[in-house]
Write a protein that binds this ligand. Sequence first.
Ligand code: HT7
Ligand code: ZN
Length: 877
Amino acid sequence: NKALRLEDYRPASYLVDSVDLRFELDPAATLVRATLAMRRNPEADAKEDQLILNGKHLDLRSIRLDERELDTDHFQVDDEHLVIEGVPQAFTLETEVIIHPEKNTALEGLYLSGGNFCTQCEPEGFRRITYFPDRPDVMATYRVTLVAQREQFPVLLSNGNLVAHGDLDAGRHFAEWEDPFRKPSYLFALVGGKLSCLEDSYTTASGRSITLQVYADARHLGQCAHAMKSLKQAMRWDEQRFGLECDLNQYMIVAADDFNMGAMENKGLNIFNSKYVLAASETATDADFQNITSVIGHEYFHNWTGNRVTCRDWFQLSLKEGLTVFRDQEFSADMTARPIQRISDARIIRGPQFAEDAGPMAHPVRPRSYVEINNFYTLTVYNKGAEVSRMIHTLLGEKAFRGGMDLYFQRHDGQAVTTEDFVRAMEDASGIDLSQFRLWYEQAGTPEVQVERHYDAEQKRYCLTFTQSCPPTPGQPRKEPFHIPIAVGLLDRKGRSMHLQLEGESRAKETRDRVLSLTRTRQTFEFVDVKQEPVPSLLRGFSAPVKMKCDYADEELAFLAGHDEDEFNRWDAGQQLAVRILLRLVDDLREGRPLHADNRLSDALRDTLENPHLDRAFKAQCLILPDENYLADQMDVADPSAIHHARQWLREHLAADLRKTFLNTWQDNLEADPKQVDAATVGRRSLKNACLSYLSLLDEEIFIELCANQAQLAHNMTDVLAALGILTHRDSPQREEQIAAFYRQWKSEPLVIDKWLSLQAQSSLPQTPEIVESLLQHEAFNIKNPNRVRALIGAFCQGNPYHFHAEDGRGYAFLADRILEIDSFNPQVAARLTTPLGRWRRYDPKRQQMMKAQLERIAAREDLSRDVGEIVEKSLA
Ligand code: HT7
Ligand code: ZN
């Protein structure tokens, strides 16, 4: 499998001006007739007359060039291409192919979900529909005719505007759609089937009315209101924050049960994993509601960052994804609470993204090569990419960043461009030099920043010296220093932020919070007129995706956790303190020493819980101890078992220490209206359930009874799941009863059953591996459905490190078996499951050997997909 390299990019030899597509939709055999108006690309280097089109799993029926049938002497077809020799400067190409949606289990191209036709074309699915130059820099207008049996497929949708529809012979009907915007093939979509629609309208800032439609199966129509509300909020937000208005007459969202990822921003016809559309407070958790808001926002924001301005090639993926994640994070922060959103963003970066940066698949935000592009829809491209946009925002400020966005659209609307074009627009609009900053796109790995501090009491000077380094990553043994924005504050003894004045500056500015630009390997910032030795608050708001290392004393962390004005850092200080305590406990456990309590964390948490000025949702976040995967990443050699027991021990210790505070807080927050999902009610629910989870660790049956009652009687899924989640770790009759009752109640709601599967997969009970094996055979499980796979297999292998890394290696064998099984029908999903095995270097020699053995077993499979092949090969390299 050959790698593609960024430096090999060449413009397409032929362009497509317009596309006319006719689909005769039939689950077993769909006929696709494509008429392409093509011409030689004046920008192409070679003046060849050979036309190469992409095409995969297509049964070619006929080819006509300028209305003349081509015979087999004039073209060649292989598994991936159609090559036509001797084409003229400009011509019309007509192809007819048959495809087989019913057999499409890879869920790329045209496939069936719940009996409905739908498509997924990004990144390279269009080539599974018809022969085409399937690359994002070939943009065309589309006219699409869909023909199908009316009875079975009453709704027929595609991008753009409906221009004609009507009945045909033999029970068939048709719909004709025209999309006036030029678009790359990856944004093409069609949907056909039995769907109901929630309709509304939106009036843009300039007064245009847009029809909004959310399509789902009839029985789920009542669960579409939150998606609709989120869409309208996103439209308003983008007008207000970025001055960007929706350009469509009709905006459609369709919920599909079988979907490889979260959602897809096809022009005017977004297709969503139903998980990110459907929600009611009885069936979806507060987190589900928030995810829906953010994914609906994300896909909508793509209409400008991705669709109006798209990517030149897939190496530029973060141009649209990183920027759009930044936009959706900002949107969610405005819809809920900014510090909570930031904590959730940072959890992803510091957990799985840093792990990706430290693993075998580490790659820059703009990768330089790939074997299978589907493997590069990663946390690095998406979430680190968002951090890169955010850092530009931090360095430029809101006004200049907005100026950069305006200039970017002014220059590039309707074009397929690069991350370089984006950075240049930011530079030109702001006058700020981002040359060194560009390294964030080019260099992989997580920078580490070591801090030294020095206070000169006599001179009243305070120095912060930062030293940055970045570990080697595959293909990049040495790194140049990054341009790192470090937001800082200095706290006095009372916890107030001090005035910040750097050496050489006048005192005029009243600044208590500022951004330092670290650009050199080692750099000192000297603050003057510092009246007392401060405690520094560093990397406020997580201002850069780096590991900041400061030799804080435990007391200083506790002080920051109690006083920092920056809520993110206040939370973070508590987390850092918890990590230290947990890692000491891990050491004690490994050395067979008795475990000792450390009251600093209890005291800090008590102060937080009793502080009337802090938000409830924030308090709930502070109660969540760093998770087992994150703790494993902080160790030289990860010990999943010791980590699990240490964390459990600390939770029990905190429960005992803070019993009274937890009980009071739980009681004070019981009144959370089950039907409401506003930020205040969500905060209340999260806090009372966090307290209940601690209380349940006490040896008091009453709390288990409380959980059982809550699981059985609550009318809100967050409450039900919180209680069931507690019970799932306890070997008790209540557990069995409630798990069975939950299934009986929800067995016809697959998205709810996913929660049921995940809870069981994440249980710490010793019988969990057997339960997971047996759930594979359960009537509710379907290995062909990606949501079910993620809910059971993903939750076990990524969300239950204690059992997945069982000493006998059966977790590894279990995963390898599933990867091999799934790879034979859905390589994308199989490849994503492979990540935990790729981390083998992080474990002890025995586990290393067992994990490697499973990777080798997978690698030895003859017909392995390119998707899994690339990850396994890089993991073993
Ligand atoms: N841009 C979309 C990417 C996507 C995707 C990629 C590979 C395979 C299936 C997929 N479904 C959607 C999603 C997004 O970032 O908005
Ligand atoms: Zn996206």
